[in-house]
Design a binder for this molecule. Structure first.
Ligand code: ADP
Length: 341
């Protein structure tokens, strides 16, 4: 049995006070036997015993509490920085806070772990498709397909497309990880938004022509000077307009960029009259790798990261991007940029 000093002192104290009571009783009970003084003496002795016990126990337990709290404070220095000693109740409250903190941290870590697993799964899934097709074409060519010029050219062309696809995915992944880790610092400049929109129209013109889609810019002024990172905003417009072309799913689609000026901002609306997005998918389209129709999107060559990149770029500019869509009628993306004189 381990001898605890606190318990030892308490036991000694109780023994001592009881001995005291017995001694007093023994000494005087013969003289005052049966009298009221006898009863009074007993009551007084009990009261004194109670007072001594109470006082000593309070002192002992308080000093014990202090010692324990000191040990705990030294074990968790981050949580006990106060100079003043705290009570046991406050200690309990602190521990309940620590418990909540720890629970929240574990939850975040579990969430991050889940996200990491999902992310890795998505990346390998995205890369597997083009890699397997390259493997298939190469094997066919090695098995003699290379002798047939038609097959050789057709397969080499497909291999080249799959390689482009992998490059696209890797570039998007690189971009998104740089945006997320804050490695991309924006390079702000003053530029004409009208000119940038026309540049992006030209860039995507060939794709638009394939489905006879028509790009139109609606702008209130011949020049709209904005202050932002031109390269990144160009990327935003490319992603939104390329999506409008890919996902309109119809011939002769109208794809418009409409600029309006409101206060110190230019409001930019990128809209199409394509197939639109169902309400249940709308809330998720800015998620990494989310696709409304995975089979179709993959065939078109998107990485599923285009809108996630757009969202990150706008957030880096401290701006938001909104989407509105009516299924089978069309989609509209809206973002704002700071105007500059
Ligand atoms: P992806 O690389 O697949 O294009 P995005 O992040 O750019 O990925 O887009 C996510 C999904 O949002 C697309 O797969 C598509 O289903 C949907 N989407 C994006 N833009 C449009 C649009 N203009 N019209 C209809 N659907 C769209």
């Amino acid at each position: 049995m381990k001898l605890s000093p606190l318990m030892l002192v308490t036991a000694l104290l109780l023994t001592f006070t009881m001995a005291l009571v017995a001694l007093v009783y023994e000494r005087f009970h013969e003289y005052y036997q049966g009298s009221a003084i006898n009863l009074l003496m007993i009551a007084l002795a009990l009261f004194v015993t109670f007072l001594i016990n109470y006082g000593v126990l309070v002192i002992l337990f308080k000093s014990y509490d202090k010692k324990q709290i000191k040990i705990i404070s030294e074990t968790f220095p981050n949580y006990f920085v106060e100079e003043n000693p705290i009570s046991l109740q406050e200690l309990g409250e602190k521990f309940s806070d620590i418990q909540h903190d720890a629970d929240a941290k574990v939850e975040v870590m579990q969430e991050m772990d889940k996200y990491r697993k999902e992310y890795l799964g998505n990346v390998s899934h995205e890369l597997k498709t083009p890699l397997f097709s390259i493997q298939g074409y190469v094997e066919t060519l090695m098995d003699g397909g290379v002798e047939n010029l038609n097959i050789r050219d057709k397969y080499l062309d497909r291999i080249s497309k799959s390689v482009d696809r992998i490059l696209n995915i890797v570039q998007d992944l690189d971009m998104i990880s740089k945006l997320e880790s804050g490695q991309i610092s924006l390079s702000y400049s003053r530029f004409d938004l009208n000119a940038l929109v026309r540049e992006v129209f030209d860039l995507l013109d060939l794709e638009a022509q394939k489905i006879s889609a028509k790009f139109t810019l609606f702008t209130p002024q011949s020049t709209v000077w904005v202050y932002a990172d031109r390269k990144q905003i160009s990327q935003v417009l490319v992603n939104l307009l390329a999506n409008a072309v890919y996902y309109c799913n119809r011939e002769k689609a109208s794809i418009n960029v409409e600029i309006n000026l409101l206060g110190s901002e230019a409001i930019v609306k990128v809209s199409d009259n394509g197939m639109g997005i169902k309400p249940e998918s709308l809330a998720r389209i800015f998620e990494r790798f989310y696709r409304v129709d995975s089979a179709r999107s993959r065939k078109e060559g998107g990485s599923g990261l285009g809108l996630a990149i757009v969202k990150h770029i706008m957030e880096a500019h401290h701006k938001t991007i909104d989407v509105q869509s009516v299924y089978l009628e069309g989609t509209q993306f809206i973002f704002r940029l700071d105007l500059t004189p």
